[in-house]
Design a protein around this ligand. Structure first.
Ligand SMILES: [Fe+2]
Length: 319
């Protein structure tokens, strides 16, 4: 029953979202989910407001208690390489690249686009469990929690919460930019934060993730009437640069281990353009428990559990 009504609701909004208006649909979903998931929301908000220190230290007794990074204007970049759990998560990604990188994945479930492949499936985390080390570390969780005002959750539905990505032009014809190569703001939740980790050095030749700060995005949103009635979800450069100077965009290039934190619901972004050299990154998506879509009616991701998991880790994994 849950699945049938879920499918009907999601199909309706999938089909008519442009007519209802993306902004209206999101507000409606958020209101519904706030009621539906009120007990869970209470736990993660209360965790942030009343049990914060205890949760962070319970997860990592050595944690200082204060995150090094704060998202300003919707983003922060950390190039220190000094994250607990970073090395072991990178090592898991290396293993995936070695086993699965550089292959033609077009037409398989792991191909998001012809130029953009997932190297791991979310249900395989049992085989690559240390990908979770970085994502559930106190430093990273605290950075996202301070921004959201609650303990965040690794996305339990779209966007897939943990992905190792390969961007490559090698197997596709270069055509006009499409899909995720075009400007957009993510719609699944607000706030929502990506922590993007470079697994290999990223240059302009590896199809870097590129974004506009939140203040610039707000201006563009207003001027484009973005997410309003009948407005398209994707925005071409031609339209965007009528309102924004190209010099205002930021390309996330850098070295292995660099991390970008970014609210992808506030900041316009695109990626995987012209990846002449393959680009590799891990993307961790954090949402609230009251998402701005109806996807939870269809599916809730189950993350691997281990004996002795801390309360913080359990909350972050939606358990
Ligand atoms: Fe996106």
């Amino acid at each position: 029953m849950k699945n049938i009504s879920g499918r009907i609701v999601n199909r309706f909004f999938g089909r008519f979202q442009h007519r209802v208006g993306i902004a209206n649909t999101r507000r409606l979903a958020k209101a519904w989910n706030r009621v539906r998931y009120r007990a869970e929301i209470r736990e993660v908000v209360d965790g942030y407001e009343h049990r914060y220190e205890e949760l962070l230290k319970g997860n990592d007794p050595d944690y200082s208690g204060t995150p090094r990074n704060r998202l300003k204007d919707g983003w922060a970049i950390d190039r220190s390489g000094a994250f607990p759990g970073l090395e072991s998560s990178l090592a898991e990604a290396d293993r995936l690249i070695e086993e699965r990188g550089g292959q033609d994945r077009r037409g398989t479930p792991l191909a998001q686009q012809d130029y953009l492949y997932h190297l791991s499936h979310i249900d395989e985390l049992d085989e690559f469990p240390r990908l979770l080390d970085f994502a559930t570390s106190s430093e990273v969780v605290a950075t996202v929690a301070d921004y959201m005002g609650m303990i965040p959750t690794i996305a339990l539905n779209l966007p897939t919460g943990i992905r190792v990505f390969e961007s490559t032009e090698r197997f596709s014809e270069r055509t006009t930019y499409n899909a995720s190569q075009l400007w957009h703001r993510d719609i699944h939740d607000f706030p929502m934060v990506y922590a993007i980790v470079l697994v290999r050095d990223a240059t302009e030749r590896t199809g870097p993730w590129t974004f506009l700060p939140a203040s610039v995005s707000e201006r563009a949103t207003r001027e484009l009437n973005y997410q309003k009635w009948r407005q398209p979800y994707r925005v071409t450069d031609e339209r965007m640069y009528q309102h924004v100077d190209p010099s205002e965009r930021i390309a996330f290039t850098g070295k292995r281990g660099d991390v970008l934190f970014l609210d992808s619901s506030r900041c316009f972004h695109y990626g995987s353009r012209d990846a002449v050299d393959p680009g590799y990154r891990i993307m961790y998506a954090y949402t609230t428990r009251a998402r701005s879509d109806f996807q939870m009616m269809l599916r809730r991701q189950a993350f691997p559990k281990q004996a002795g998991d801390s309360d913080l880790r359990r909350m972050v994994l939606g358990q």
